[in-house]
Structure formats: structure tokens, C-alpha cells
Design a protein around this ligand. Structure first.
Ligand code: ADP
Ligand code: MG
Length: 292
């Protein structure tokens, strides 16, 4: 691309809230054939809301929510905020937690009012040796609706689960259709579980899903695809997406997300609207064509 065509493209991008870092990012993006997208906060609003509180047999739902929220007050994860906010709305009392610990990609644990409480995904419960078989059918039904279920263990026993829903952004479906239409391969990568991920993906026409990923999994996926010859862009919003954004040919950050994600990115979508990727693609290809 010529300096003039690059200036035109970055200028037009900026007007539309699509910030292209430099000529290199622009040129590389024109050649991209594969797009990895994070689910939470990228395809979805990233503002989950508590929808269900499901106690195990013999457990009280208000106590379940109280223990969960008391623990999650120590976490900054969007799922934690949903649980704390849900507890406020439902008047579930919160108490001081001690010994709080977060396990990345899995959940949290600590002590609340003398009880040992753990909250997280199936992997978290497996690590603790807590059997969730009795809760699984109910949790799976909610996951099939695209909700995220988080299990709660109290003193080493299953106490129930809470579920949250994170709506898909209004602009996502159209953007994915347009990107498919431009011949891009689109892969959803998420730390969320397979069933939830598939339900959200299906609603968007995305047929490739990598679920249950730990933070370094997205980075490894990108390295594998690149080693196989793909030209890869990665779109994400979170602190845990930063290594993957840096590992991609082009990292695309949601301007609404974490600062570190923006710093690792070649393209920033100011409004976090995925149609910005469609726009960036058109601008980059137009700039490249102007070489001649
Ligand atoms: P994502 O890639 O969707 O942003 P994360 O890697 O942050 O996901 O988390 C993966 C999974 O780990 C979540 O879906 C959740 O089940 C569990 N988890 C992580 N942090 C927490 C937390 N603070 N409270 C409950 N569950 C959590
Ligand atoms: Mg995210």
C-alpha cells in the first residue's frame, strides 16, 4: 500500500471508531483468512445477569446465593459482579469472606461464616473432588439456552449452582454474517463450557467452537493455526486475551475492554461493535489494491 492509501484508510477508520495502529497492521489485516473471537465481552455484552439459583436437595436458595455472593465480592470477574448484583436484588445478605483465592479460568474459594465455600466450573469441582452429577442435568438444560452455570460447594459437598445470562450484542449476528460472506473462517474461543459456547455459537451461525479454554489456550490455538499456514486475527476484550492478541498476525481489541488488551492490539474497535471488523477488512483491502 502507498503512504497515501494508508492515510486514507486509517483516517476513514478513525472516523468510524476503528483505530488502526500502523501500516503494518493494515497490510496484515488485508491478508487475514481466519478470525478467532472471544465469546464473553466480544460477541456478548459482557454484562452477565443472574437468572437462576438452584439449590441441591436440602439446601436453601437464599443461603446458597448469600454464600456465593459473599465470596464473589472479592473477585473482579464479570461473573462475580453478576452474582453480587443478583444477591442485592434478591435481598440475600452478604457477609465477610476470608482466605479468598481465585483460580484463573476455574473459579474462587474462601471461608464465609465458618463454612468453606468454593464456586466455579466443573473443572473447579473436579479439582476439589466434589461430585456434581445430581446437578448436571439441570445445569446442562440451562447451558443449552446459552447460560453459564457455576457450581457451589460448601464444606466439600455440592450445595447447588447459580446461572447467569450474557446477551449477545445487537450488532454481532450481522457482523458474523458479513465476515463469513467475505470468506473468513470464524472460530469462537472461550473459557466457558462447551454446551454454553455451542448454544451461543449456533445462534450466530458460527460452527467452529473451542470451549473450556484456559487463558494460555487461546494463544496456543493461534500459534497452531499460524504454524499450519493460516493468517490469523484475534478479537478479544479481556486481560486474559492480551497474550492471544499479541500472538496473532493482527490483534483486535474492544475499546470497551481492558487497557492491556488495547495495548496488545493492532486494531481497536472504539465502540466494541464487531461491524468495525467488517469495516477494517474493507479499508485494508482497498488500501492494498492501491499499491498498483
Ligand atoms: P472467558 O474466556 O469466557 O472470559 P474465563 O477464562 O474468565 O472465561 O473463565 C472461565 C470459566 O471459569 C467461567 O466460565 C466460569 O465458569 C469460571 N470462573 C472464572 N472465574 C470465576 C469467578 N470469579 N466466579 C465463578 N466462576 C468463575
Ligand atoms: Mg472475554
Amino acid at each position: 500500500a502507498t503512504p497515501m492509501s494508508i492515510m486514507t484508510a486509517t483516517g476513514r477508520g478513525a472516523q468510524a471508531g476503528v483505530l488502526i495502529k500502523d501500516a503494518e497492521a493494515l497490510e496484515r489485516f488485508a491478508a487475514v483468512d481466519t478470525l478467532i473471537v472471544d465469546k464473553t465481552g466480544t460477541l456478548t455484552e459482557g454484562r452477565p445477569r443472574l437468572t437462576d439459583v438452584v439449590p441441591a436437595d436440602g439446601f436453601d436458595d437464599n443461603r446458597l446465593l448469600s454464600l456465593a455472593a459473599s465470596l464473589e465480592r472479592g473477585s473482579e470477574h464479570p461473573l462475580a459482579e453478576a452474582i453480587v448484583e443478583g444477591a442485592r436484588e434478591r435481598d440475600a445478605a452478604m457477609q465477610e469472606a476470608s482466605g479468598f483465592e481465585a483460580v484463573t479460568g476455574k473459579g474462587v474459594s474462601g471461608t464465609v461464616g465458618g463454612a468453606t465455600v468454593a464456586l466455579g466450573n466443573a473443572a473447579m469441582m473436579a479439582d476439589l473432588g466434589v461430585a456434581i452429577d445430581a446437578l448436571a442435568p439441570n445445569a446442562d438444560a440451562m447451558r443449552s439456552e446459552g447460560k453459564t452455570a457455576m457450581f457451589v460447594a460448601v464444606d466439600g459437598r455440592p450445595a447447588g449452582f447459580v446461572a447467569v445470562a450474557d446477551p449477545v450484542k445487537a450488532t454481532t449476528a450481522e457482523a458474523i454474517r458479513a465476515l463469513h460472506g467475505k470468506g473468513l473462517r470464524v472460530i469462537m474461543a472461550t473459557g466457558d463450557n462447551e454446551r454454553t459456547a455451542r448454544a451461543v455459537a449456533a445462534s450466530l451461525g458460527i460452527d467452529e467452537v473451542r470451549a473450556d479454554m484456559l487463558p494460555d489456550g487461546k494463544q496456543r490455538l493461534i500459534e497452531e493455526l499460524r504454524a499450519a499456514g493460516a493468517k490469523v486475527a484475534m478479537a478479544g476484550d479481556g486481560v486474559n486475551d492480551a497474550p492471544a492478541l499479541a500472538a496473532a498476525d493482527v490483534g483486535i481489541a474492544m475499546g470497551t475492554g481492558a487497557d492491556v488488551a488495547v495495548e496488545s492490539a493492532g486494531i481497536t474497535l472504539v465502540k466494541g461493535d464487531l461491524n468495525g471488523i467488517v469495516r477494517a477488512r474493507a479499508l485494508s483491502q482497498a488500501a492494498i489494491r492501491n499499491i498498483k
